[in-house]
Write a new protein. Structure first.
Length: 277
């Protein structure tokens, strides 16, 4: 099982995941949703978005990096994901919506910017404290979503020197962007940038895990804002695409999540736990 997102709601945590593998022989049924009240024990809720009869999430297509945000203006749950063909040559950012967090999402099609689909692969999302939603794209683009989160309003930043697998969080008024180097399906030492505002300027800070640990054999995918009393602690969540070694394309996935020690801007990670495939 590949961990893609944890979304906090009331006293439970919700995880959306890819289910199954990517071979043409064994197709996954779709994106699954799990809930937990302790981030250790998880309950299956629903296959929230199934493989479609046709289109960007049709048969023999890839769906991954699923993210969900609740739009403050409409109350809708907005799901964004990377959709692609089996050769990773036809990428889209897909858009699906639902009125409940673990209900049956309806695929609306590709996310549009200036009337055109966003043809990119590695993606992430970020919701700021003012309710604005953002789409994060590999190699630097940061897009602000429209008020209803159903389209892109503007490109607000382009982070020079950024890699793949973008994940953003905010702590003490500072914005952090986590990203990975380009090593195909293999793990590497991920690094990060900081900025006083989303628009920048963005400054590269270096690694956020000990050098040579290869980000504890993972790749950044999301940072979960864990509420602890009056504080919010960022918790790193990483994909394991190839562990300990796996020929490409991958067919099994794992996940990793870790506490982030509260040292800013010299951000370090201490190991918390893993969840196997």
């Amino acid at each position: 099982m590949h961990m893609a997102l944890v979304l906090w709601k009331k006293t439970e945590d919700i995880i959306f995941s890819e289910n199954g593998n990517r071979t043409k022989v064994t197709l996954s049924p779709g994106f699954s949703c799990y809930s937990s009240d302790d981030l250790v024990n998880w309950k299956f809720e629903n296959i929230v978005l199934r493989v479609q009869p046709e289109g960007i999430l049709g048969p023999n297509r890839v769906g991954e990096r699923v993210k969900v945000m609740k739009c403050p203006k409409t109350g809708e749950y907005i799901m964004l994901m990377h959709a692609d063909d089996m050769e990773y040559k036809d990428p889209y950012i897909g858009l699906a919506t639902c009125k409940t967090i673990a209900g049956d999402y309806q695929l609306q099609g590709p996310l549009l910017y200036k009337g055109q689909p966003v043809k990119r692969w590695d993606m992430g999302t970020f919701q700021d404290t003012d309710g604005k939603g953002y789409l994060l794209i590999h190699h630097g683009p940061v897009y602000r979503l429209s008020d209803d989160y159903r389209s892109i309003e503007a490109e607000v930043a382009h982070i020079k020197g950024m890699g793949e697998s973008p994940a953003m969080f905010k702590k003490n008024g500072v914005y952090f962007m986590l990203t990975s180097n380009l090593t195909s399906w293999e793990k590497n030492d991920n690094f990060y940038f900081t900025a006083p505002q989303i628009e920048g300027p963005w400054t590269k800070q270096g690694l956020f895990c000990p050098e040579g640990k290869l980000t504890y054999n993972s790749q950044s995918t999301f940072v979960f804002p864990l509420k602890c009393g009056n504080d919010t602690i960022p918790m790193f969540m990483g994909d394991r695409w190839s562990y300990p070694h796996q020929p490409q394309p991958p067919h099994m996935y794992g996940c990793l999540y870790k506490w982030m020690e509260q040292k800013y801007p010299s951000l370090n990670i201490g190991r918390h736990g893993t969840s196997g495939s």
